[in-house]
Design a protein around this ligand. Structure first.
Ligand code: SAM
Length: 316
């Protein structure tokens, strides 16, 4: 199917939110609510539900990458089975975005199922800051989850959201940890999503401020930006690289190739869209194509405007 927009954008990466519950309460998603959720009794859509929809989307879009996310994907009970199904469908790159809290005991099974890479969200290197950001103790669980993934050959990358007044003192410790372990790290500017929709500026720690902070300890030069990449990259004189996802300072909408599917089977062509497009297993090819065209029309060109939906709902 030839589905692209006047700017030549195509859907090549699908991000799938498997569930909209999480075992951390990160400030940018949930305002750091202290709510304790009994995850085991929450209903989840079966792996067959996601496999069926993704297979139809792949037939139409020839997807290159699937990224499993949430909520927290490690809480999804049929995760290895779903990964095996996606491999069988013929998706060449299957990755995941996770907080890593439950990774220690799942890494081997996920690697055996076919998971190649994982982006771990890690916003702090000390317990106090971690609690401030995520309202959970035991940062050590994430660090040992990272080691478990590396030990069984899963490629690991780190993502850290830096918020003014919350965790900017964690930038250099995070860089030190990532460089020491030779793990790529990217910093994210906070996005105007969910409860931050009208209020993100208050917490914005900009790309320039991130660079100024890292420059206190390292010298670096900027690298050319790859097409459709979400991140800008720099390389230090010692040869380590780090990235910045500058949603605010340098939005990258103009060559975005991402399509999103939420845990209820709704599609979104853009993170800034508040308008879910409901997929129905009975949709014929014509209807599916019309819905994909609608999703494509949701894409922004220049500005990331954000959404009243939080990443927990739409999939991070
Ligand atoms: N639970 C998984 C995790 O922690 O990686 C996957 C879902 S979580 C919503 C994915 C990531 O989205 C977060 O870790 C964070 O990097 C990003 N995120 C969520 N809300 C954000 C916001 N308002 N601004 C910037 N990044 C945000």
């Amino acid at each position: 199917m030839k589905l692209n927009d006047p700017y030549g954008r195509k859907f090549k990466t699908l991000r799938v939110s498997l569930l909209n519950t999480c075992n951390l309460n990160c400030f940018y998603c949930t305002m750091g609510s202290e709510e304790d959720i009994n995850f085991d009794h929450r209903p989840q859509k079966p792996a067959a539900f996601f496999s069926q929809i993704i297979s139809r989307l792949h037939e139409n879009l020839d997807l290159e990458t699937i990224r499993l996310t949430g909520g927290e994907p490690l809480l999804y009970r049929e995760l290895p089975e779903l990964i095996r199904n996606l491999k069988a469908i013929g998706i060449s790159k299957i990755s995941m975005t996770s907080n890593g809290y439950l990774l220690g005991r799942q890494a081997v099974a996920l690697q055996q199922a076919g998971l190649k890479s994982i982006n771990i969200s890690l916003d702090a290197m000390d317990e106090v800051s971690f609690y401030k950001m995520a309202k959970r103790k035991h940062l050590d669980r994430i660090l040992s989850g990272i080691d478990a993934a590396l030990d069984c050959g899963i490629e690991v990358k780190l993502n850290a959201v830096i918020m003014k007044g919350m965790n900017q003192d964690q930038i250099l410790p995070l860089v030190h940890y990532a460089f020491g372990k030779n793990i790529p790290i990217r910093f994210l500017e906070v996005m105007s999503m969910g409860h931050l929709h009208q209020d993100a500026d208050r917490y914005l720690f900009s790309q320039q401020q991130l660079l100024d902070t890292i420059a206190r300890k390292y010298q670096f030069k900027r690298l050319p930006r790859a097409a459709s990449a979400t991140s800008n990259y720099w390389q230090t004189t010692e040869g380590n690289t780090f990235g910045i996802i500058a949603n605010n300072s340098e939005p990258f909408c103009s060559d975005c190739s991402r399509l999103r599917l939420d845990a209820e089977g709704n599609m979104y062509g853009c993170l800034s869209s508040n308008h879910p497009i409901k997929l129905n297993p009975a949709d014929n090819d014509f209807t599916l194509k019309e819905k994909l065209q609608l999703a494509m029309s949701q894409k922004q060109l220049h500005h990331f405007v954000g959404s009243e939906l939080s990443m927990l709902q739409i999939g991070g």
